[in-house]
Design a protein around this ligand. Structure first.
Ligand code: ADP
Ligand code: MG
Length: 816
């Protein structure tokens, strides 16, 4: 019997005579599945990766445009066949049965089953890619330890250690053309080199270089070991900024490297890798070259062929080769694009899978009656905005559906999210189920409790029972609420973390609402949801994020955006204040207070620690009280105060017993004091734009004109640009976009989104690429949502790896 290898080799040889795709009837693409089956049977799971890689190439072959491309693909295929893994041993019949059994049972798995678990040691591991780096020639345990510091453990990791930059030796300059102060690379011969002592006792190593067009000197301080490295007659490459000394151009401590002919000729754009102690650039680059040469061919492409064909992306092998040793800048760009696409595609698949799992759990459709909704709206003291109505319509459709809602309601501070949430809660109660709302602080919970009670009371019919459950509710009262929730006599509960304590049980919680969702951890949100049976979930945020981030962070949620403010809202007047104008700002604050208004004064952000920040706030409060506003009633709020203390102060301020509240950033979260009209922020340049916008949202909530005064200690152009942006617009989305651009995703997201997978190449600001990847993922996902198709095994594994623990833990895996 001929093996699948022999058979395919024969076919390919035939094909290689003319490259017309006529060697088998119907072409190679059509033949692929037949071959795949035979090969899988013959090689077994151990070689699944390799078999799949061959199949991918076969399938792609038919669509190659011209004989040249086919010839190249053919050569690669034949080479792969020569590197075939061993056939599996003869006891295969038994195993095969087993496998068939497993395959046959798969379609009966419940719709919501998670992704088929991938074997711990993946199929192709034994063929090498997941072997430790010590399997590479020239890498011993010592070097392996050092490579581990760069995050490299396996051969695969090695292929995914991307250069941090490239030196473009194709843009070399001759010595006689270089100019003062430019960044250049030259290649030259060492004419003379030597070290001498300097007067200060250090050493100076000097080399005279020539490339035939001129001479230039390079010097290095205190690097006497160079004497053994840079020798007369040698060819070296030098990169650095051109300096001047006594009227002659020169280099001071430039980067240098002995010339490697191979690098120069085969990869004129030279990769520069991150390094660590004991790992030298040349050594790593040479190791990388060998690794890439050999292993990139053996790296099976996890991207489904259909996706690659639709998108016209480079194949993985080519992308890996080109990202390390690019032929030219275009090829490098294409490689980057492909690999960045990979990251985003895999990320999106993870999000879609999460969403799929949520949605495939049976939910409880609520019989929502249009009349009830009309009653609710009629009872409002105002007309809902168009944006609110749109969000409501979306929510109603979700509540009626038998798939649990997973919706994010985003809208700027003051855009009226609470009313929308209250409507959803009213509809839930009208459908004879319970609703819960969780907020991050007691003050907020209290505020929501009052708003929601008021709104629900004015519905026709008997008033629903609404209760407040926070940490300060204890003893009998708490027991009473617990009982009421368990027997269903409490319809709505509003609270803090107290809601997710063990004792809390619901009879039938059908809607869970979470305000300021980023203030809660993944776990906490999950716990609340588990208090019901797949309840509908509505999360709210007042920190708008740009669309690109929305897709990457919240791709698993449906999003409703309230992008319209209630009418008649006066924008908060925002002014940048120089430190020298501070006195005037204080006078302004005093004037407002004399008119009966109140003010916030925010202390500068202290990165060091909350303790230091609290101390600074205490001092500022003392200073203001003593020297500036001795006759006014002032309160203090900082992060080191106990919960009750904070609450008490906030309450006094809200009730008008304090004129001025001095606070650290703890005041950021949505507190509503309509009588407060001034927000004065000290050290405004240290806060992010989104945060400043949040501060500003604390005022302008009543009928009075309001002001935000930003005092900046920094006059740097960057700080000015950021602060001018906030001065110029009241639009939270525009500011979020600007903030993201100015500070980059790391700082923008801060620690809030920790646990989010690491993107090496893709940028969360690249909306076009993100949308392309999302669209491709969406289309692909429809064909195989469980990633159960054997052909998608590699992708499944990649998704799991990428998301690491995320999405795999105890039935929960939110990422935002
Ligand atoms: P958010 O939670 O989005 O910051 P809120 O829901 O607290 O905003 O609403 C802010 C204020 O605006 C509240 O006092 C609320 O009563 C009021 N409000 C909400 N919607 C409207 C509307 N359509 N017209 C007028 N006022 C509204
Ligand atoms: Mg709110």
């Amino acid at each position: 019997m001929t093996t699948p290898i022999e058979k395919l080799t024969k076919i390919l040889r035939l094909e290689a005579e003319k490259y017309q795709d006529r060697a088998v009837f119907g072409g190679l693409a059509r033949y692929t599945d037949t071959w795949l089956q035979e090969a899988e049977a013959a090689f077994g799971l151990e070689a699944a990766g390799w078999v799949q890689a061959v199949a991918d190439r076969l399938r792609a072959y038919s669509s190659l445009p011209d004989p040249a491309a086919r010839k190249e693909a053919m050569a690669a295929l034949l080479e792969m066949l020569q590197a075939a893994p061993p056939l599996r041993p003869p006891q295969r019949e038994a195993k095969k049965d087993e496998r068939e059994k497993r395959a046959a049972s798969a379609p009966h798995a419940p719709a919501g089953a998670r992704l088929a678990p991938t074997p711990a040691t993946p199929a192709y591991a034994r063929t090498g890619l997941d072997s430790p780096v010590t399997a590479l020639q020239g890498v011993g345990p010592q070097q392996a330890k050092r490579l581990a510091k760069l995050g490299i453990h396996t051969i695969r990791d090695m292929l995914y250690l991307f250069p941090r930059r490239y030196d473009d030796y194709s843009q070399l300059k001759p010595i006689n053309r270089i100019e003062y102060d430019e960044e250049v690379t030259i290649i030259a011969q060492v004419w003379d080199a030597g070290a001498r002592e300097t007067r200060g006792g250090g050493s100076l190593f000097k080399a005279t270089l020539s490339d035939g067009t001129g001479f230039i000197e390079a010097t290095w301080f205190n690097q006497s070991y160079l004497a053994d490295r840079i020798k007369r007659g040698q060819q070296i490459a030098i990169s650095g900024r051109v300096d001047e000394y006594l009227g002659c151009l020169c280099f001071n401590s430039p980067e240098w490297e002995p010339l490697e002919q191979e690098l120069l000729h085969t990869a004129r754009i030279v990769p520069v890798y991150p390094l660590t102690g004991g790992i030298h650039a040349r050594w790593l680059r040479r190791l990388m070259k060998r690794t890439v040469d050999y292993w990139s061919k053996r790296l099976p492409d996890h991207l489904p062929v259909s996706v690659r064909q639709e998108t016209g992306l480079l194949d993985l092998e080519m992308a890996i080769v080109q990202i390390h040793f690019p032929d030219n800048m275009e090829a490098l760009e294409q490689a980057r694009y492909r690999l960045a696409f990979d990251e985003l595609f895999v990320l999106q698949i993870g999000l879609l899978r999460q969403r799929h799992q949520w949605r495939s759990a049976p939910g409880r459709p609520l019989p929502v009656d249009d009349a009830t909704l009309r009653d609710f709206i009629r009872g409002l003291p105002f007309e809902p905005t168009h944006a609110q109505q749109r969000a409501l319509r979306q929510i109603v459709a979700d509540l009626r559906s038998d798939q649990p809602m997973n919706r994010l309601l985003q809208g700027d501070v003051g855009s009226g999210k609470t009313v929308v949430a209250a409507a959803a809660m009213a509809l839930t109660v009208a459908a004879n189920a319970q609703a819960a709302l969780m907020a991050p602080t007691e003050i907020l919970a209290e505020q929501h409790y009052q708003t929601i009670s008021r709104l629900l009371e004015q519905m026709p019919g008997p008033s629903p029972t609404v209760r407040l459950l926070t940490g300060s509710v204890t003893g009998r009262e708490r027991e009473e609420i617990y009982t009421g929730l368990a027997d269903g006599s409490v319809d709505v509960v509003v609270g803090t973390h107290a809601l997710i304590q063990e004792g809390v049980q619901f009879k039938e919680m059908a809607l869970a609402v979470i305000d300021e969702q980023h203030r809660f951890g993944v776990r906490q949100r999950a716990v609340l949801r588990q208090k019901g049976y797949n309840p509908h979930l509505l999360v709210m945020t007042a920190t708008p994020i740009p669309r690109s981030l929305e897709l990457t962070l919240w791709g698993h949620l449906d999003v409703s955006t309230i992008d319209e403010m209630p009418p008649g809202r006066k924008p908060v007047v925002t002014r940048l204040i120089l430190p020298t104008e501070r006195e005037r700002a204080y006078i302004f604050v005093r004037n407002q207070i004399e008119k009966g208004r109140q003010a916030f004064i925010i202390c500068p952000l202290v990165e060091e620690s909350e303790k230091v920040e609290a101390k600074a706030a205490v001092e500022e409060h003392k200073r203001l009280q003593k020297h500036i506003f001795p006759d006014l009633r002032m309160g203090l709020l900082h992060g080191r105060m106990k919960g009750e203390e904070k609450e008490a102060t906030m309450t006094r301020f809200a009730q008008g017993e304090l004129d001025i509240l001095v606070a650290t950033s703890v005041v950021e979260v949505g507190i509503d004091v309509p009588n407060a009209t001034v927000m004065l922020v000290e050290g405004a340049d240290r806060f992010g734009l989104a945060q400043l916008h949040q501060f500003r949202g604390r005022v302008g909530r009543g009928k009075h004109a309001s002001y935000c005064l930003l005092v900046s200690d920094s006059s740097s152009p960057e700080a000015q640009e950021r602060l001018q942006a906030i001065e110029a617009t009241n639009d939270g989305f525009a500011l979020a976009q600007k903030d993201l651009e100015l500070r980059g995703p790391g700082e923008f997201l801060g620690t809030r989104q920790s646990g989010f997978p690491d993107l090496k190449l893709a940028s969360v600001t690249d909306l076009r690429l993100i949308e392309a990847a999302r669209e491709a993922a969406r289309r692909f996902f429809e064909t195989d949502p469980e990633l159960a198709d054997p052909g998608n095994r590699l992708l499944a594994r990649r998704v799991t790896q990428f998301w690491k623990g995320e999405g795999e833990g105890e039935g929960e895996g939110e990422v935002s």
